[in-house]
Design a protein around this ligand. Sequence first.
Ligand SMILES: Cc1cc2nc3c(=O)[nH]c(=O)nc-3n(C[C@H](O)[C@H](O)[C@H](O)COP(=O)(O)OP(=O)(O)OC[C@H]3O[C@@H](n4cnc5c(N)ncnc54)[C@H](O)[C@@H]3O)c2cc1C
Length: 503
Amino acid sequence: MTVLPEAGTRHEESATGRLRAVLAQAAQVVGADRVTYPDEETTGTPATMLGPNAGLHRSRAVFGVVRPQTAEDVRRVVELFADGETPAALHAFSTGGNWGLGSREPARDGAVVLDLSGLDQIRDIDVVRGWAVVEPGVTQARLARLTEGSERMLNVTASSAHTSVVGNALDRGVGLRHQRVEDLTGLEVVLPDGELIRVGWWPEQDRPTPVYTHGLGPSLVQLFVQSDLGVVTAATVRLLPRPEALRVVRLAFAPDKVEAATAEVRRWVTQGLTRGVVKIYNEVAARAYGGEPGQYLVHVCVDGTPEVVDALSGILAVEAVRSRLFGAVSDSDATDPAAAGHDVAVRVERAYAGDPDPTDALFEAKTGRPAVRLDEEGGFLFFLPLVPFSGAALARADELVEQVRAETGIRCGVTLNVLGADVVDCVVTMRFAREGEEAERAHRVLDRLYELFVGEGFLPYRLDIDHTGWADRLPAGAGARSFARRLKDAVDPHHVIAAGRYA
Ligand SMILES: Cc1cc2nc3c(=O)[nH]c(=O)nc-3n(C[C@H](O)[C@H](O)[C@H](O)COP(=O)(O)OP(=O)(O)OC[C@H]3O[C@@H](n4cnc5c(N)ncnc54)[C@H](O)[C@@H]3O)c2cc1C
């Protein structure tokens, strides 16, 4: 457990001395220029030093930032903390683009931060068998580039092309093909005692073993997802078969048709007319995608052989017209340079095909600024509940967002990511100005969203750093939370790894 030293006591002096010594040793491991302290005088006193964050969450006081470049560096740094004598625990991030949930910040004060963006090797890749071994600093743009022209593709997210494949998967992020955690087949982890282990599937030099996550016995990969049991230094990730052809059908519907239109979309999903994650944007979220004012926008991906794509998009157009629920249906915006939404449609189709746009044009349309300036200048919060996939439940979620608007004057953006026949990732976003009262109001809206959605049974699957307390308020299986704590105590008796957002 991290106990901040009490001011002016002998305990403080020894704790401060211990921290100074450990950070100095860490500097010997990674290089003096790769360790940052609050300042020379006050090393051992925690301070806010991770810079601003896009969510305007309270900056946590940290004791220092260590930027290793190899897994062995990470292992040696963790080992320095392993005896539990150092009064700080380690918080790791990959590229730190966790905007709207806390960015680079740890959940609590008093951590030493491991910035793993310097571990940026693509250690190995096999586009025939469909896997890559990547370190935390590898971005989706870099990995995707290596699959260009091959029979494989990466499942990319709608976040910046320059965010981490590993970091996103470790927080159960959502790509355009499915939830990213499904692509994690193996993890390399430094345990709290400094031992480096590999779990799940890892390639062998001489034998083509099948890519299969679970191995024999308990499946260990998931133990390190949304977890504070270790520091991940590499992952094997799945590269998906690339379809021969792909098209995104674009549809619009009016706000009073949410229940019926989403129920119709569900019918298409359950009957196999779609591939990848269907996305439904409310009128606020649709703006960045060139949605018509006042209309909801739907992106339905179809892929396969060219004949399958022609057939499925034709069937979808017929079904959409027959349902009388959709005001506009188009499947040619990406191929017709004269179409109003041509540029956006091309970028959307490329993303579904595993090609993240390195210029981040759509990302900037959503955030108003480049990814590198978002933490400094942007105001962005996320709330991420799961909602059952039924027209009635999605209409209810829409009503709750409308209730929040009525109460606070803030109309949130909503993107519904369809994760299958039964569940929808309902991404609620607030974009706000950093100055004045807007940020405070956005945080009040976030609190309200937690209350209203959880009250309805629509439970978040990712938490921001200011709502970690909800992990104990959300339903879990009988004994599950205390079992997780027993595991933590067994694996990390000195609590060397900082309690995370889900502890
Ligand atoms: C406009 C916009 C669009 C977005 N679209 C999407 C989207 O489509 N899908 C989506 O999922 N998210 C999306 N996001 C949210 C976010 O930007 C992404 O999830 C992003 O990938 C997270 O940043 P990162 O990859 O740098 O991960 P990081 O910030 O590095 O890591 C995330 C968390 O994982 C844990 N972690 C990371 N690395 C390690 C490690 N090596 N060992 C142990 N624990 C670790 C830490 O708790 C860390 O806080 C979007 C954000 C914005 C602003």
